[in-house]
Design a protein around this ligand. Structure first.
Ligand SMILES: Cc1ncc(COP(=O)(O)O)c(C=O)c1O
Length: 417
């Protein structure tokens, strides 16, 4: 094996990887055309409404309600499900903060479940141990595009009459048992923020098969207006969480490529897993798919077992990978319950929602412990999805770089000490 690039050797690769977002002429044209109409919001234009229909249909859902971010999609969906003060919502400990903060936004209390060590997704066993008569929803996250075990969760939550809200911010195009994610549960929330597999800089959508949830969500995102009702009649609390027509047009244009891109990432991701799994100290968190499953690969996560590689640190391993030409990152470095906002319980004024008079439970986030989530935060390396849009030949560069660093780890550890 040749000398590691981080120690002065030749890198495996010097060429750039596919950019994300990639700017296509047809996207520019779509946005320009929306601009030229002079109808810049959904109230007057057609692009956002069409996108809602097209994306819902692509994800096997009946209804789509476009909003301005994934975070507000979660918030609107929770409110549309009737979650509010005094309620608990079970969320995974290993996720982006918005999954839990959306619960706080509606004045309810997030309860953290641990994740499964092989998938990084919420553990149904952990959820089962946390359901109480205060639980009003469970939010599985399809983390890194891997569909969570919704069937098991539906069984568990359904027995208590608790609805499931899918956080599908990382899972556009993901399929579980032949059905796309998003409305397998009672509702789903997606993000179209710039890093996401379908993106418009910012944006989000709520999907559901339930007309009641859809109508409530539509009113919530649009100042409490009822769909088709008079403009200045506001029937409920609502927000200005609308998507612009320029975003709608851009998303429609990019949606045309999503299926082919998702399939390409899928084939490349499975290829990488076959190549990286046999290497010492490296465990792709990419379990074998059941029939008719398709992971959406927003991220490609690999767990580093440093004890099998001479105690090499994750930082040093990543530095060596980057030097070989493979960009990577550590991802979430602490579970959400250990972020300062949760440690300080610094949320709404006067201690709400924790010390809210409606809340009958007791929670102290400093006492929460989710060992599997904590391990993920310390051990996982993420590759970004745009790498998986390169050719099969280029996937071999990624595999070769992992192999070179894993096999050369002794030189690396020796050079560090
Ligand atoms: C799992 C998860 N949930 C929610 C969100 C929130 O989406 P947004 O950034 O569009 O508010 C994100 C995006 O980063 C996410 O990754």
């Amino acid at each position: 094996m040749s000398k590691l690039a981080v120690l002065g050797g030749e890198p495996i690769r010097a060429e750039p990887w596919p950019a994300w977002p990639d700017v296509r002429e047809q996207d520019v044209e779509a946005v320009a055309a929306a601009l030229r109409t002079g109808h810049w919001w959904q109230h007057e234009g057609e692009e956002t409404g069409r996108f809602e229909e097209e994306f819902a249909s692509y994800q096997d859902a009946c209804r789509g309600i476009a909003v301005n971010s994934g975070s507000t999609a979660l918030q609107v969906a929770l409110e549309a499900l009737g979650v509010g003060p005094g309620d608990e919502v079970i969320v995974p400990a290993y996720t982006f903060q918005a999954t839990a903060m959306s619960v706080i936004q509606v004045n309810a209390v997030p309860v953290f479940a641990d994740v499964e060590p092989k998938t990084m997704n919420i553990s149904p066993d952990s959820v089962a141990s946390l359901i109480t008569d205060r639980t009003r929803s469970v939010i599985p996250v399809h983390l890194a595009g891997l569909p969570a075990d919704i069937d098991r969760l539906r069984e568990l939550a359904g027995a208590h009459g608790v609805p499931i809200l899918e956080d599908a911010a990382q899972a556009h195009g993901g399929v579980r048992r032949g059905r796309k994610v998003g409305a397998i549960g009672d509702a789903g929330a997606f993000s179209f923020q710039a890093s996401k597999n379908l993106c418009a800089g910012e944006g989000g959508i709520v999907l559901t098969d339930d007309n009641g949830i859809a109508a409530r969500a539509a009113a919530l995102r649009n100042c409490g207006r009822v769909e088709g009702g008079p403009f200045y009649q506001h029937h409920t609390l609502g927000y200005s969480f609308r998507m612009t027509e320029m975003q709608g047009a851009l998303l429609r244009s990019r949606l045309a490529h999503l299926e082919a891109e998702t399939q390409r990432r899928w084939e490349n991701g499975r290829f990488l897993t076959r190549r990286i799994s046999p290497l010492p100290g490296l465990e792709p968190l990419d379990p074998p798919p059941a029939e008719e499953d398709r992971r959406a690969y927003h991220l490609y996560p690999v767990r580093l077992r440093s004890e099998e590689l001479g105690g090499i640190t994750r930082e040093r391993f990543m530095e060596a990978l980057r030097a070989e030409g493979v960009p990577c990152m550590a991802g979430y470095e602490r579970p959400v319950y250990q972020t300062p906002a949760f440690l300080e319980q610094s949320f709404k004024p006067r201690g709400c929602p924790i010390s809210c008079a409606h809340y009958r439970g007791a929670i102290n986030y400093r006492e929460v412990s989710c060992p599997a989530a904590e391990e993920m935060c310390n051990q996982v390396i993420w590759l970004f999805h745009s790498l998986l849009l390169a050719s099969k030949e280029e996937m071999k560069d990624i595999a070769r770089a992992f192999e070179k660093v894993a096999i050369g780890h002794r030189d690396l550890v020796a050079a560090t000490t």
